[in-house]
Ligand binder design. Structure first.
Ligand code: BES
Ligand code: MN
Ligand code: ZN
Length: 499
């Protein structure tokens, strides 16, 4: 979809549909909506008077202009109560509107800068939210579908403003929104691919292609190099699979210093059967998405490379399958991680923390100053938070706070979980330095406490996105399937750290 900006009068704009808005609780249309109402001889006012347009959030009313203006359709989107407006609501309302118009065979649409001037929303951030809402909202994963789609595609969206001074801002916003949405959709593509199309090797290839396109440094460690580095935890998980594991490394250099300002780590389990501690067959297919953290990190790097903040970022994605076989890891086995710490395997299904232990070891050895890891780590976190927000765990409140606000900005909610010392008790092992599971209770926290052992003193935050990587329904900017969470949060964080 092409996203453009134009100066002029929205009522005169030639498109299949033009989109204006209405706030809940108002009696009359205002601003651009009033101008369009006038051109329609009061049709919008009448619908408001009859209670057909209430302005409730995501209420979408399509009015046929019958030749009264150049656009065939006028769309009035409800933005809820004006005093409760947020950027997130704009993003969601635009997504819902685009999906509806696509069904109505609209190819070319125009919109005002939704929400601009309200709730501190500038022209630039309004345009960014519009671009994100449109591109994320009409995303579809059709790579393996050969039958034709039920509807055509939206081809063009223009943000129209009468104010020339706002054009530059609108253009910048559209550009940033496009970069962020395309990165998110890239992560969605990777997560939606089943495991036979997204092996560790495929993930590495994807990272390599992005590096080539956007000018990132790319490296991949093969099994032999993992052995040399002593990555026994990652190798332990990989030993049951026929697919060779890959330790994917992307490097973005935006500042002259030699320091790694921040390392982004992502869990890259391309399929999690549970291994010898095998999962029940029902729903096991969901575990094709167990590389969502890794996909988010790789995709975020592609956006970072385009936005060019003055900061150095290292991305690490340990990638492997977790499968049972004659060579697979077994409960009670003991592994030695890169850090030298030994791990007693209680469940081979607690594999995410094992591969991340070695990624944390690698990041520490490289001297990363901050570490953020993203993982579909525990069913327990999904039980605790559902699909509404991600769990954040860490050893540094300042970094946690920054990530939470980066998430709020992105409309990807994050909730901090407790890390009391006492939880560590559950991970104690009699035969090794630590166990890989701490029992049923507080499972998300004991998993995070396990990771904390490998993060050491470096300021570190762990985001448990289990259950957030996939959506079971269309909702605002999300569609059914992969969500691309938390790509935009990671990019926002890096941009904020660079300031
Ligand atoms: N990949 C799963 C966690 C998961 C669950 C992700 C649901 C997405 C949706 C993880 O590797 C896992 O199997 N965790 C176990 C840990 C347990 C064995 C301590 C779990 O949560 O059951
Ligand atoms: Mn598992
Ligand atoms: Zn897993």
């Amino acid at each position: 979809m092409e996203i453009k900006v134009a100066t002029g009068d929205i009522t005169r704009f030639e498109a299949d549909a033009i989109v204006v808005n209405f706030f809940e609780g108002r009696e009359h249309p205002e601003g651009d909506t009033a101008a369009v109402d006038k051109a329609l001889d009061g049709a919008i006012s009448q619908l408001i008077g009859r209670g057909e347009i209430k302005g409730k959030l995501n209420e979408i009313t399509v009015i046929h202009s019958l030749g009264k203006l150049p656009a065939a359709k006028v769309v009035v989107v409800g933005l809820g109560k004006q005093e409760e407006l947020s950027l997130n609501k704009v993003r969601g309302a635009v997504a819902e509107t685009c999906r509806l118009l696509r069904k109505k065979s609209v190819r070319n649409m125009a919109t005002v800068a939704q929400g601009e001037g309200i709730a501190g929303i500038s022209a630039e951030v309004s345009a960014q939210a519009i671009a994100e809402g449109a591109l994320l909202g009409v995303y579809a994963f059709r790579r393996h579908v050969t039958r034709p789609a039920e509807h055509g595609e939206l081809e063009q969206l223009t943000v129209v403003s009468a104010d020339r001074d706002k054009i530059a801002g609108l253009e910048q916003g559209c550009q940033k929104g496009r970069i962020l949405a395309e990165a998110t959709n890239l992560a969605r593509d990777m997560v939606n691919e089943p495991a036979n199309y997204m092996t560790p090797g495929d993930m590495a290839e994807m990272a390599s292609r992005l590096a080539e396109t956007h000018g990132l440094e790319f490296n991949v460690l093969e099994r032999e190099q993992m052995q040399e580095l002593g990555m026994g935890a990652l190798l332990g998980v990989a030993q049951g699979s026929q697919q060779p594991p890959k330790f994917i490394i992307l490097n973005y250099k935006g500042s002259d210093s030699k320091e790694i300002d921040v390392a982004l780590l992502g869990k890259g389990i391309t399929f999690d059967s549970g291994g010898i501690s095998i999962k029940p067959s029902e729903g096991m297919g969901e575990m094709k998405g167990d590389m969502a953290g890794g996909a988010a990190v790789i995709a975020a790097m592609s956006a970072i490379a385009q936005l060019k903040p003055r900061i150095n970022v290292l991305a690490l994605v340990p990638a492997t399958e977790n499968l049972p076989s004659g060579s697979a890891l077994k409960p009670a086995d003991i592994l030695t991680s890169m850090s030298g710490k030994t791990i007693e395997i209680i469940s081979t299904d607690a594999e995410g923390r094992l591969i991340l232990a070695d990624a944390l070891g690698y990041a520490s050895k490289q001297g990363a100053r901050l570490i953020v890891d993203v993982a579909t780590l525990t069913g327990a976190c999904r039980v605790a938070l559902g699909d509404i927000c991600t769990g954040a765990f860490g050893n540094n409140q300042e970094l946690i706070d920054k990530i939470i606000s980066a998430g709020t900005e992105a409309g990807e909610r994050i909730w901090q979980m407790p890390m009391y010392e006492e939880y560590k008790e559950q991970n104690k092992s009699d035969v090794a330095d630590i166990k890989n599971t701490g029992g049923r209770y507080a499972g998300a926290i004991t998993a995070a406490q396990f990771l904390a052992e490998f993060a050491g003193d470096t300021p570190w935050v762990h985001l448990d996105i289990a259950g957030k990587e996939m959506s079971d329904k269309e909702r605002n900017h999300l569609v059914k399937g992969a969500t691309g969470v938390p790509v935009r949060t990671l990019v926002n964080l890096v941009l904020a750290l660079a300031k």
